[in-house]
Design a protein. Structure first.
Length: 629
């Protein structure tokens, strides 16, 4: 009798275990426990909401799953659905404004939250718990099962953002909406919209029509950004576009439905060439030939962060007309975006034109300012007053610290985390977006495979980011962002390629508890999401599958070290001008390369199948990248 019971229990536990699937949620929930058993969604499943705030979340869920499942599910008020979306009568303190709890068993799913934002996030978790086919664009034949889990989840940081630069290249409002939708599904809640720069002014300002009539268009150019020719005399500017007030309202509404706040950025006083092309009188030299930059090199960079701008792209801080201009711009911006923050840029402002300008000199004298650099502080303080009068808070890149800024200003730390540390120590709120971890425009893998750009940043490095530096009071760190600059990104498909999987890594960084950080675990979830992205037709980089090639030069001897971000890849290489495959030498330890004009070829495999790109490097390149010892 005992024996049979034991056997029954053993079998039961075996079945229970075999029913457990791997859970691949990004960002990783705070607490998640899995049990045996599944709930299967069917065409009769009802989605209920107990309070009216939950209705739009319920409808969104139905819409999202209707194509792949073929179900037209019903929404019902109450607490009786197979999937229940419940707003807590008594707030659950633990989960705060954006958190949720999620309980599923064989009978159904209950998502509870204090707010509709929490329900929205619970739904994102639900979608990720469904089979990957839920992401498909057509009807799929599969069992729509949801594993039995108990989840308690809430974000680590209140500010979880991605910045999208629509100036260097214009992206339509449909593109922007699609991009926001993808971010919201990873529980990002902030979309920083970089709307103006030297390469285009993208927001309609009704009181200043030339900003978009002139400033939104540049001449057509191809080739690498920075290598392109400036406009020819009389050449017509045909490339670009802008968002009307109606477009902006539509995008703001769309974002709100997904719990995403939009932070608009108007980048001043530098990076303003498009505005100056429209209104040359805003600059010191008032050159009527100022053009919207098509991606020509407009500055000399000296490698240590210092630079000289060759075509004036800076507003004149000594001219009252400039503040009248700013007042007009920010009046309309403030009306269009309900959010309290407005980003005013402040980065990479070249002061050379100010130094040579009589008006600026006179102003410096009047203000008793010795260094022209400090004029930016004067400019920013004036701008902050303009924003305050409109009930808005100033946010700027970390350069705003340099000229002195009020403690209420929020600082976005981009030049590493240094600016952020300094700002937090001065009592400013800080958003962390360091180039070293969060720059989504940097290439993700091997330089000779991915198109070259300023620097490289692998997904494992982004994942390793810790936004609260040692010695800084965490209360000042609002959170962080990834920044997608688009100098080299002409379309949404490529924007996605550059964004993912790094933005998934950052989603974990900004949402999940610090203690849950585990690269092996993340990389498994990331790979599961590659399959989902394929079905959703969202692009992403597979650079994580490529080998990492390092060389060392010591006493004229070149050594080769191969590695990868994933620990379970096999790396094969050749130096005999043959194509490598799984029968070629398998890399296991650092080797010394023979002399001569060799070419290294490297490829990764997993389970006997080729996986990464073929990397081909000639001796000269191997020597160039060598660390010298
Ligand atoms: C610096 S980050 C910039 C941008 C560039 C970016 C390229 C920042 C505030 N300014 O104008 O697009 O580097 O990585």
């Amino acid at each position: 009798m005992k024996k049979t019971l034991f056997l029954v229990l053993l079998l039961a536990s075996f079945f229970a275990k075999s029913q457990k699937s791997t859970l691949n949620i990004i960002p990783q929930p705070v607490e998640i426990e899995q049990f045996a058993g599944l709930f299967t969604l069917n065409k009769a499943t009802i989605i209920s909401y107990n309070k009216v705030e939950g209705r739009s979340a319920a409808e969104m869920l139905i819409q999202k799953i209707s194509t792949p499942t073929g179900f037209s599910l019903k929404v019902q008020e109450g607490k009786n659905g197979g999937i229940q979306l419940n707003i807590n009568d008594v707030p659950n303190e633990k989960i705060g404004k954006e958190g949720y709890t999620f309980e599923s068993n064989t009978k159904g799913v209950v998502i509870s939250a204090n707010t509709s934002a929490g329900l929205f996030y619970g739904i994102q978790t639900l979608i990720q718990l469904l089979p990957k086919e839920i992401e498909g664009k057509e009807l799929a034949k599969t069992a729509w099962t949801i594993p039995s889990v108990k989840v308690t989840d809430y974000p680590r940081f209140a500010w979880r953002g991605v910045m999208f630069d629509v100036s260097r290249n214009f992206f339509s409002k449909e593109d922007v909406k699609k991009y926001i939708d993808q971010l919201a599904r990873m529980k990002f809640n902030t979309f920083h919209w970089h709307l103006t720069d030297d390469e285009g002014w993208r927001i309609e300002i009704k009181s200043l029509p030339k900003l978009t009539k002139v400033g939104a268009y540049r001449v057509a150019r191809y080739g690498h950004f920075g290598d392109r020719a400036i406009p020819k005399e009389g050449e017509v500017a045909t490339e670009g576009g802008f968002y009307t007030h109606e477009d902006i309202k539509e995008v703001v509404r769309y974002a709100q439905e997904r719990n995403v706040t939009i932070v608009p950025e108007i980048d001043v006083p530098g990076h303003s060439m498009a505005a100056i092309a429209a209104y040359p009188e805003l600059s010191c030299n008032k050159n009527p030939k100022t053009f919207v930059n098509p991606g020509a090199s407009i500055a000399d960079w000296y490698g240590n962060g210092t630079f000289k701008v060759l075509y004036e792209n800076t507003l004149n801080p000594s001219d009252e007309k400039v503040y009248e201009f700013l007042d007009k711009v920010f009046t309309e911006v403030a009306e269009l975006f309900p959010n309290k923050y407005i980003h005013v840029g402040g980065d990479e402002c070249y002061k050379g034109f100010w130094a040579a300008d009589e008006g600026c000199q006179a102003l410096m004298k009047k203000l008793n300012i010795r260094h022209v650099e400090d004029l930016q502080g004067y400019f920013m303080n004036r701008l902050e007053k303009i924003l305050k009068a409109k009930g808005k808070k100033l946010l700027g890149w970390d350069e705003i610290l340099e000229g002195g800024i009020s403690p209420e200003a929020t600082v976005m730390s981009w030049r590493g985390i240094k600016g952020g540390i300094e700002a937090a120590k001065m009592g400013h709120d800080v958003v962390m977006t360091p180039t070293t971890f969060a720059y989504l425009d940097y290439n993700q893998g091997e330089n000779t495979v991915d198109p070259p750009i300023y620097a490289g940043l692998r997904v494992s490095k982004s994942y390793s980011f810790e936004p609260v530096p040692d010695g800084v009071d965490a209360k000042y760190i609002l959170g962080g962002q990834g920044n997608l600059w688009t100098e080299q990104i002409p379309n949404l498909r490529y924007a996605e390629y550059m964004t993912y999987p790094r933005a998934w890594a950052l989603a974990d960084v900004y949402w999940s508890p610090k203690v849950s950080k585990n690269w092996e675990n993340f990389s498994k979830r990331m790979e599961a999401h590659f399959d989902r992205a394929d079905l959703a037709q969202v692009n992403y980089s597979r650079a994580v599958y490529d080998a990492i090639v390092k060389t060392t030069l010591k006493n004229n001897k070149l050594s080769l070290e191969l590695g990868s971000e994933l620990s379970d890849l096999d790396i094969y290489f050749t130096i005999d001008d043959t194509m490598p495959d799984s029968f070629s030498p398998k890399y296991s330890k650092i080797i010394e390369l023979p002399e001569g004009p060799i070419t290294l070829r490297v490829i990764t495999y997993r389970n006997g199948k080729p996986l990464g790109h073929l990397i081909t490097l000639k001796r000269a390149e191997l020597e160039k990248r060598a660390t010298k010892q």
